[in-house]
Design a protein around this ligand. Structure first.
Ligand code: SAM
Length: 231
């Protein structure tokens, strides 16, 4: 997958691509990326990229000129372009799967009050919100989207790990335990020590259902409805 990130602050983006599983995916050629500094496309001597909003109000808005030039330079008119924004559609597992099937993506990181609407109208295919709160900039949101998507590319992590994850069948995950068998006087549930695969599978399923019901009643109700439909 080819990823292009348009930003005014490349440092956190570069740092992310240089660490951990992503660095390995890049080294293995599973992911390629370009981090494009929007400021390189500003034309005045001060390399200005923001200006006051028409109509007044607090804050600044990213100017359309430098953004359009940056997007034109990376194929923004033909490649699926994402603008992370609190007013986008919620970022959930089905959208992650959909984006993971793409060969190329562009992500535009906003700052201040956001970007000029004419850029959204002309270039942006998806406005995506990572949650109902406001971050100070789009870099972290873009990286959240990238992180959830690239790990679903074949070969990045094992297929088995992906299948058993939260949300894959509408439920949250079961609890995990590792050595030592007793920690701070608390033991591991007996069934996990039994070696009885069928009982372990059943226990984990019970735990998943109970956890989903407690933490995410919305998901639990949807899972119940889906199960009833199947039956
Ligand atoms: N004025 C905007 C509003 O009230 O919706 C908030 C702008 S925010 C301070 C600056 C940038 O951070 C946005 O342009 C967007 O790129 C990013 N951002 C902030 N919160 C986000 C969220 N929940 N999801 C995705 N992107 C977000």
């Amino acid at each position: 997958m080819n990823l292009t990130i348009l930003t005014l602050f490349p440092e956190p983006v570069e740092a992310y691509f240089a660490s951990s599983i992503m660095a390995k995916a890049v080294a293995r050629g599973l992911v390629t990326y370009r981090c494009v500094n929007i400021r390189d496309f500003a034309v005045d001597v001060h390399r200005t990229c923001d200006d006051a909003p028409y109509g007044g109000g607090a804050g600044m808005v990213l100017k359309p000129g430098p953004l359009a030039a940056a997007l034109d330079s990376v194929g923004g008119d033909r490649i699926r372009t994402i603008y992370p924004t609190p007013s986008g559609r919620p970022f959930r597992a089905p959208l992650v799967h959909e984006l993971a099937a793409e060969k190329e993506l562009i992500l535009v990181c906003g700052r201040y009050e956001g970007i000029d609407q004419r850029i959204i109208d002309r270039y942006v295919d998806d406005e995506i919100s990572i949650g109902d709160y406001v971050l100070s900039s789009g870099e972290l949101a873009a990286l959240v989207i990238i992180d959830a998507v690239y790990r679903r590319i074949n070969g990045v992590i094992t297929a088995e790990s992906l299948d058993e994850e939260s949300f894959e069948d509408g439920l949250l995950e079961y609890p995990h335990y590792t050595r030592p068998e007793t920690f701070a006087s608390v033991g591991v549930p007996e069934v996990l020590l039994s070696g009885h695969h069928e009982q372990i599978r059943a226990w984990r399923m019970e735990q998943r259902i109970a956890k989903t019901r407690q933490m995410r009643p919305d998901l639990y109700q949807a899972w119940l409805a889906q199960r009833d439909d199947k039956e």
